[in-house]
Design a protein around this ligand. Structure first.
Ligand code: HGY
Ligand code: MN
Ligand code: MN
Length: 417
């Protein structure tokens, strides 16, 4: 095994920071509920920004609320090497999804400070706004605006189910920054971007490996499907004369599954949310809205999945005498990460004497959008039973440490170039 490198992270300090952050929005089952741009998100941002300042970092906030914490290099004119992730969570999320990537980045800075090492290039740690896309779509919102995937105005006008806009929510938590979104002359795109994240699937744990070299991510297409039928009495209305939106929705859920299975093994299809109106047991539902989340490693696969969904909806509408409207709310192509960043990750894996495998991310991450502007790659660690987006999400301290060490090594290598 390679000798233990002089420069490595402080495992207990990183774990303690993760557990302290997890207190904000902690749920009874040991998870975290900290939706984007809520009061809890504000508290978490304030806590982490306080840690950034204690570590000597200079902060700036852009117009969509992305936070950039900067450690100056010996040559401030050089483009920074960056890392980061998100601290907003799913409604029934876990302690590690996103939070790990931000705090592993902070731990890299803390370890460089301990070692008194000033890198040539500046180092930045980012908190990207609303990665989860649960309260507000599109998903990966802050990094998407920064990378130019969609406009600031499009993001600011997104509304949650209560009708509040992103702009109103940003102002309510006082995180609407003044820095224009995106790379600029003052803050050019990064020399390299790395993101540490739990795998959120079972592959690494099943292979008994501590590190995944993330070579890319599945493309995604998200839809809102609105089915308009007719509210009617569940008793006097004969079956063949109904305009039953729920019946049509049930067929739609089944078809999403069929379409995904026809793209095995990497195609994915999920209906995660369903809204029924008037949602009364003795009324035939006149309106049902459901979400559709398609994922695929090839663009052609996503195109086929969408086309089949739309064709099926047309036939379904005619058969059930309902109207069906399909709105695409998010899309991004499959992403391949940078070889130069992957080489730095592999070198760091070797330095720390760790074992690893290449892996494609089934989940979307901010790195997918950042990769449009800067060479980027990700480092995965296993999570218990491959479970995530669930309050029982868990990870082992030794994997948390291993991933942060690989991140440290890769960032230092790129920051000395
Ligand atoms: O949905 C995703 O892939 C990510 O967790 N937001
Ligand atoms: Mn995440
Ligand atoms: Mn997530």
């Amino acid at each position: 095994m390679a000798s233990t490198p002089a420069l490595q992270v402080h495992s207990a300090r990183l774990w303690d920071s993760l557990m302290a952050l997890a207190q904000i929005g902690a749920t009874d089952k040991g998870g975290v509920r900290r939706l984007a741009l809520t009061e809890l998100d504000r508290q978490a941002r304030d806590l982490v920004c306080g840690w950034f300042r204690e570590a000597g970092l200079k902060l700036r906030v852009d117009q969509i609320g992305n936070v950039f914490a900067r450690r100056e290099g010996s040559n401030p004119k050089l483009a920074a090497v960056a890392t980061g992730s998100h601290i907003d969570t799913q409604p029934s999320g876990g302690k590690f999804d996103g939070n790990y990537g931000v705090l592993a980045g902070l731990e890299v800075v803390r370890s460089l400070n301990d070692a008194g090492l000033v890198t040539k290039r500046p180092i930045e740690v980012c908190i990207w706004t609303n990665e989860e896309g649960s309260r507000f779509t599109p998903v990966m919102m802050g990094s998407g605006v920064w990378a130019g995937a969609f406009s600031l105005e499009h993001a600011q006008q997104a509304r949650d189910s209560a009708g509040m806009t992103v702009l109103e929510a940003l102002r309510q938590i006082a995180y609407e920054g003044s820095v224009p979104c995106g790379p600029s002359t003052e803050h050019p795109s990064f020399h390299a971007y790395f993101e540490a994240h739990i795998e959120q699937g079972p592959v690494l744990e099943d292979a008994n490996l501590p590190i995944g070299e993330v070579i890319g991510a599945l493309g995604q297409r998200w839809f809102d499907v609105r089915i308009h039928g007719m509210d009617a009495h569940a008793g006097p209305t004969p079956m063949h004369l109904r305009k039953d939106a729920m019946l049509a929705a049930a067929a739609m859920v089944q078809e999403v599954n069929t379409i995904a299975l026809s793209h095995s093994p990497y195609g994915r299809g999920t209906v995660g949310s369903l809204r029924v109106e008037p949602n009364s047991r003795n009324v035939i539902p006149g309106y049902v809205q459901c979400s559709v989340d398609f994922r695929h490693p090839e663009l052609e696969g996503l195109i086929d999945m969408e086309a089949r969904l739309r064709r099926f909806a047309e036939q379904l509408a005619a058969q059930n005498r309902v109207d069906i409207d399909i709105e695409k709310v998010t899309e991004f192509a499959p992403c391949k990460f940078s070889n130069s960043c992957l080489d730095a990750i592999r070198q760091s894996i070797k330095t720390f004497g760790l074992s690893s495998m290449p892996i494609v991310s089934g989940a979307g991450h901010d790195a997918v959008y950042v990769a449009r502007q800067s060479p980027s790659a990700m480092i995965f660690i296993p999570c218990k039973d491959g479970i995530s987006h669930n309050e029982i999400e868990d990870a082992l301290p030794e994997h948390i440490e291993a991933g942060a060490n690989v991140l440290l090594g890769a960032m230092v290598e790129m920051a000395q170039q």
